[in-house]
Design a protein around this ligand. Structure first.
Ligand SMILES: Nc1ncnc2c1ncn2[C@@H]1O[C@H](COP(=O)(O)OP(=O)(O)OP(=O)(O)O)[C@@H](O)[C@H]1O
Ligand SMILES: CCCC(=O)O
Length: 353
């Protein structure tokens, strides 16, 4: 069986082709802040990202012939984890999504391309809106604003399962803190296979990240909203997109920031160190959810490639539990295995309503 995998991230478009469990193509196309700034809305990147997929296939001479196309799931309604067939309700919810994130393009591109091939199915799996929070984790200080979670469910779970396999145990038998360090940063508590707490890495809570503001001072935010300085859309970009490192330093690229630090840029050092400090605090808070008894802390995502970040993070969090580092992500493989499992009847195909 041949599967095309499409994973649009906030700073990259990742593409894979699998023939059964064997990868035939893995491609990570990185996007600069300026390149993406040319598109007023993320939905406007549809043709651009779709054409990147088609060009990658063409340049590798991979025939356009697939049994299924699976995209990274978008910001739908909160749903249980698993594989979902793309349907009209899902496409409609994505087109009218309240929240912007490149992952919204995953099911749109998968759907459009699958229509070119008779019999080809379009899926998503474990989107960022997977919600398994404990009731107590949902309560905030305002009944008007219950906590919602938007996190890297797909990669966190894939990495947690990989760790469990390496430890010759089951994911469902472990208590883990997993932190995905990407364009957005999510920290989730996985208690015996269920993510009972996770931040809203997109526009709500947690540490700031390469392109997100994280938790902000609420009063100052309200004043800024009423200052007349920004439109609604501009303000949203100040929270997600042109926020975090992008706002402070004009780039989301960690190697670029580190080169500036090595060249003596004290401001760049202050900002990156502050990001690390805030990530460590979020992981410390997650430890309290498990009464301090985590089996391990797993660090993953693109930034986990950075020795600068990881060594400083470890200094602050190693007292909590052993730290394991999985640079990059297993999202492409996890998506491919989900599509294969669905086609083979090994995984239930859920219907999004
Ligand atoms: N070799 C590397 N060394 C240091 N940092 C890296 C390296 N490769 C990628 N990064 C950083 O990782 C971040 C992107 O991570 P990742 O690819 O996991 O996120 P994404 O898929 O674009 O976004 P997200 O999944 O959060 O939507 C960027 O800030 C990038 O600079
Ligand atoms: C699902 C999106 C998570 C993120 O990038 O913050």
């Amino acid at each position: 069986m041949k599967i095309l995998v499409i994973n649009p991230g906030s700073t990259s478009t990742k593409i894979a082709v699998y023939e059964n469990e064997t990868p035939l193509l893995i491609r990570n196309i990185k996007h600069t802040t300026e390149e993406l700034a040319a598109f007023p809305r993320i939905i406007d990147q549809f043709e651009f990202r779709k054409n990147l997929v088609l060009k990658a296939l063409e340049s590798e001479k991979i025939p356009f012939n697939f049994d299924a196309i699976i995209g990274r799931g978008g910001l739908l309604k909160p749903i249980p984890g698993g594989v979902y067939e793309v349907n009209d309700v899902m496409l409609d919810d994505i087109i009218h999504a309240m929240r912007n994130h490149a992952c919204n393009l995953g099911c749109l591109i998968a759907s459009e391309l699958s229509l070119l091939l008779p019999g080809c199915r379009a899926f998503i799996a474990d989107p960022g809106v997977v919600d398994e929070l404990e009731d107590v984790a949902r309560i905030t200080g305002s009944p008007l604003m219950p906590k919602i979670t938007i996190w890297h469910a797909l990669n966190q779970r894939a990495i947690a399962r990989r760790f469990a396999k390496e430890q010759r145990t089951k994911y469902e038998d472990l208590d883990l803190i997993v932190c995905h360090l990407g364009g957005g940063i999510s920290v989730a508590v996985h208690r015996h296979g269920r993510a009972i707490d996770a931040n809203n890495a997109l526009d709500g809570s947690g540490p700031f990240s390469p392109e997100r503001a994280g938790t902000l001072p609420a009063g100052q935010l309200i004043d800024l909203c009423h200052s007349g300085r920004f439109t609604n859309d501009e303000l949203k970009k100040r929270i997600s997109g042109r926020a975090g490192l992008a706002a402070h330093l004009g780039t989301t690229d960690i190697p670029t920031v580190i080169r500036s630090i090595e060249a003596g840029d004290h401001h760049a050092k202050l900002i990156l160190d502050a990001m690390i400090y805030n990530i460590a605090k979020e992981i410390g808070a997650a430890a309290t959810v498990l009464y301090g008894k985590a089996d391990a802390i797993l660090l993953t995502g693109g930034i986990a490639h950075s020795d600068y970040v990881i060594s400083r993070l470890k200094e602050r969090i190693s007292f909590i539990a052993p730290v394991y580092v999985y640079p990059g992500e297993d999202e492409l493989e996890a998506l491919a295995l989900n599509a294969l499992g669905a086609l083979r009847g090994e995984l239930p195909i859920q219907v999004y309503k």
